[in-house]
Design a protein around this ligand. Structure first.
Ligand code: ZN
Ligand code: ZN
Length: 266
């Protein structure tokens, strides 16, 4: 089972590997042509040219999730225990609308983590994958066992436009470190457009039936780790989890890099 808070010891070897791979200095002329000499997050001048034009402070800035109360299933943070039942489960999970069995995320989708995700996803800074996957690794208990890692698929048209699927890149880094094979078990049969601005219920109905198991995939009794970059309402992950269960998956645990903080503050 994933731990509620997802904070656990993490391997220093991955840290070293990802830090050196993303921070390795490269010949000045090549990347100075591609990247400005300022950190793309805080604008301070960079003293070395790196594969990722982000300073060390900004790379090290993302903080793990902090909240006093979390749902025992979806890991949603709460300001008090009022929304949680005696088992520590939130109303959405009690309603059965979350299709996965457990969820964990590294941090909130805000501040430097949000900036790093934007650089990775929308500015095509693929070398950030190792660094970001290292953060995800921290949210996963070291002794957790899975049979397969499954990335949330993009619709082929969006993948074509972006040139890569961010969930696949993160999954691939995590797979290498945890030695869990990747299985591209799902395909996305419909493009759902931008879900931003939709309510949780609208997102759910918008994305229902968007994912299908690939032909011939049999996950009977398997423990699946589903990977995505951002958890907003859980609608996408739930639709994927349902498709994985349709293919026989025994358990589906969701791991995301970041999650939206939807706590209401007066
Ligand atoms: Zn910076
Ligand atoms: Zn919940």
């Amino acid at each position: 089972m994933l731990s509620l808070h997802g904070r656990c010891a993490f391997s220093s070897s991955l840290l070293t590997r990802t830090a050196t791979s993303s921070l390795r200095a490269v010949p000045h002329g090549f990347f100075s042509f591609l990247f400005p000499a300022e950190c793309r997050i805080c604008d301070i001048p960079l003293d070395v040219f790196t594969r990722v034009p982000v300073c060390r402070n900004c790379l090290n800035a993302p903080e793990p999730l902090e909240a006093d109360y979390f749902c025992a299933i979806c890991n949603a943070p709460f300001l008090n225990d009022f929304p949680l039942d005696a088992n520590g489960v939130c109303a959405l999970c009690r309603s059965g609308k979350q299709g996965f069995d457990r969820a964990a995320s590294f941090g909130f989708y805000e501040g430097p983590l949000r900036s790093l995700i934007h650089l990775f996803k929308y500015s095509g800074m693929r070398p950030l994958a190792g660094r970001l996957a290292h953060l995800m690794d921290r949210a996963l208990p070291i002794d957790e066992r899975f049979d397969f890692i499954v990335p949330v698929p993009l619709h082929w048209r969006r993948r074509w436009n972006r040139g890569f699927n961010q969930a696949e890149l993160l999954a691939s880094e995590l797979s290498e470190h945890r030695r869990i094979p990747i299985l591209n078990a799902l395909w996305r049969r419909k493009q759902t457009g931008n879900q931003a601005g939709l309510t949780s219920a609208a997102r759910r109905s918008n994305i229902a039936g968007a994912f299908e198991p690939r032909a011939g995939i049999d996950l009977h009794g398997k423990r699946v780790l589903l990977i995505d970059d951002v958890f907003t309402t859980g609608a996408t992950a739930s639709a994927c989890a349902r498709a994985l269960k349709k293919a026989g998956a025994g358990t589906v645990s969701l791991l995301t890099l970041a999650r939206a903080d939807r706590r209401w503050r007066p």
